[in-house]
Design a protein around this ligand. Structure first.
Ligand code: ZN
Ligand code: ZN
Length: 222
């Protein structure tokens, strides 16, 4: 679209310049009077100006709508969605509990001769649950999976570390709400593991989670 086109008001033909329109007026319409030519070209120019400012206004409107749409879209990306929580060790956080496997090993932790309470709601974030989670503070680990697979204590600890690494129960510290990171403490401790009262030789993280199994970790700060 030529924004500056000038229209001849006698036959509607459009021209790119005032000179071209004057030539046309002379040739086609026999208008030679300078005053009349000037009147026609002035009219054409003001019409053309109105048209281009209208187009400019529309362009601004389209641009504002576009900017608003882009802003709305980026804001919607910034808001975290509770259902899209990241997977841990390839274990997904699903909105429904898996039903193909549903077993309950038990975990007890002794820290510096004190019994540490395993927090409730490990592996539960908003509306989604990881295949390994706790519902209460009894030490009962719920292994609920939509697929048949062997899970390990290490994977449970990784999910624990992601969903609530802090000792909100205050067992690690001497005060009632120490808020220490359990996994930082774990790194600087000596850990002995027992499965059904038998010493587990090897890394406690590799203990396979089985139904009814009693897992005991004895942690002592170095
Ligand atoms: Zn369960
Ligand atoms: Zn459950």
């Amino acid at each position: 679209m030529t924004l500056m086109s000038l229209k001849c008001d006698k036959d509607g033909q459009e021209f790119g310049s005032e000179t071209a329109l004057s030539m046309h007026l002379k040739d086609k319409h026999g208008i030679t009077d300078a005053a009349e030519i000037s009147k026609v070209t002035t009219n054409a120019k003001s019409t053309s100006h109105k048209l281009s400012s209208l187009i400019a206004k529309r362009k601004k409107l389209v641009l504002s709508v576009l900017i608003i749409a882009i802003l709305a879209l980026s804001i919607s990306f910034l808001i975290p969605k509770s259902v899209s929580a990241q997977s841990v060790d390839g274990i997904q956080c699903n909105t429904l509990e898996g039903t193909i496997i549903h077993i309950h090993p038990h975990l007890s932790i002794i820290y510096n001769n004190l019994s540490l309470t395993v927090p409730a709601q490990i592996g539960i974030e908003g509306t989604c649950l990881y295949g390994l989670h706790t519902h209460d503070t009894s030490g009962k680990i719920h292994v609920e999976s939509p697929v048949v697979v062997n899970y390990t204590l290490g994977e449970f600890f990784d999910i624990w570390n992601k969903t609530q690494p802090y000792d909100t129960l205050g067992i690690l510290g001497s005060n009632s709400n120490s808020g220490e990171n359990f996994f930082v403490v774990l790194k600087n401790s000596t850990i002995s593991a027992y499965v059904d009262n038998v010493t587990y030789n090897g890394n406690y993280r590799n203990i396979t989670l089985e139904d009814g199994e009693q897992i005991k970790l004895v942690i002592a700060s170095k």
